[in-house]
Ligand binder design. Sequence first.
Ligand code: AGP
Length: 605
Amino acid sequence: MCGIIGFIGQNAQKTILNGLELLEYRGYDSAGLAMRTQKMKNTEIFKCKGRVRDLRNIVPEEDNASGCGIGHTRWATHGGVCDQNAHPHKSGKVTLVHNGIIENYADLTEEYELEDVLVSETDTEVVAALLDKYYDGDPQKTIWHVAKKLRGTYALVIMFEDIPDRIFAIRNVSPIVVTTKDDNAILASDPAALYQFSKSYFVLPEESILCMEQGTIRMTDQAGNLIEPEYQTVDWEVESVGKKGYPFFMEKEIMEQPEAIKRILEHYIKNDEISFAEEKIPDEVLYSFDHICIVACGTALHAGMIGQTLLKRWANMRVDVEMASEFMYSDTRVDEHTLFIAVSQSGETIDTMGALKKAKECGATCLAILNVRGSSISREADYVLYTDAGPEIAVASTKAYTTQLLIFYLFALKAATLKGLMGKEEFKEALGELKKLPNAMTKILEMKNEIHLLSKEVVTAPDLFMIGRGLDYLVLLEGALKLKEISYIHTEAYAAGELKHGTIALITEGTPVIAAVTQKPLLAKSLSNVKEIKARGANVVLLTRSGLTKEIEGGYHVIELPDLSDAFMPFLEIEALQLYAYFVSSDKGLDVDKPRNLAKVVTVE
Ligand code: AGP
């Protein structure tokens, strides 16, 4: 999604460019900035299709001047990818950047006869034209007047030609975070761009206008009343935002998983009991609801699907899992008897936020499983369980998934014991398996060369299938997403028992298939499905565990994982699949961290 920087202070242009690079992981296809220094008679705009490095090639040499400016990385929504549609947009005295979608931009264009002044295809330029149309020298009054006409989501950062030393901002849903240091003031789409200045920042409240000047910031409500910022501190060590020597953030984040899992186990398991006391989640939240509804997107949705299996199996709960974009616009059975669980790494995904708001309107109690503290969803939920996986920069989610899984395992185990459905022995065994995870997951990482070798067989494959049953199938959904989103190989995960109902028609000589076979009760059935596709020419790689290998006849490439109890195998399977996808993408010479068309945080519907 789009990235925004607003800055006032020393070395303004350099700071904005560096800030935009820190936001590149959000995904974009063009970049631009607008500058105003004492030496400039008016605001100057530089923007182009491509990367921030291309923008660096077209901006003038920095003269370390102090000044103010706004920068933007654009993930195209309205209008193609071209220089003209890149931000910032300027209309008369107004220059601005925008993150979000103005749903009624066409109506506004027609109603206010703006066609003749517009030169781009974007919804954003319509806002600039409206602001200029109404601008009477009072920025706040103008911004309020226009904001009331807008429908949709926006983070707008605005400069006025006749006020060269100030930047204004207003938001609705799309995020803006702000901080100051000495004579500098900076705002951005997320804290990643603020670390260079401070670990303390605040979220610009909706229904307020920010005015940034040299080293000072003022927020006012529509009546002009001052609003005090509510600062919070980012809990990640600044250096953890770097790559630490890895070629890509994704590899670093895959490697960080055992440590992240260990951290969570230490945080939530005290004296062999699972405790959510620090998060102030009452026990009754875990056992007193008739219905649980888990809603998320992408990888987070896949984690929720495993959560569903665990809550049904261990806590005998009625659990629905829905994708957020569908949940918002479909009939729902959510009510005051529902525990609604929103899962999100960023805590900013607009579909998930929208679903959460709908669930609250229906009377549900809302728990969020998040990675980013202080994110928008964290402020909307009744309760939050943090994964604390540290910053996840690569677009492809890895450590967020395994830490989300762990939160679901802990939640389901605690619910099962509170409901009297799991005895002490079984609970102790389960905790024992969880405590094995950091070492077992480290062992998978030590298999990376073997996995890399196997992955080379599919670097040029156009299609790939992943098949499994039960938990194996659910974890393959995530494995398939990893491979397709970073290697661009069309990959489908299929329930092994479902193949013969249609999809097996696609299996031909040499079709690459990864078959996950780690669940002992499903072993025979899974293997017979594997034989069906092998008989039709598939080139099968078996993902299994050492305790089952002897029951599997030869003739397959095998990735043999360390033995854990069936229910805990997804942690190991997904690490192997993450590495597999990573190596295919890097061997194809692709930008593993920033796959085409994708964004790390999806803040548009
Ligand atoms: C997964 O690799 C993708 N980056 C994407 O599916 C992501 O999981 C999804 O957009 C949800 O993001 P969130 O967890 O920040 O809400």
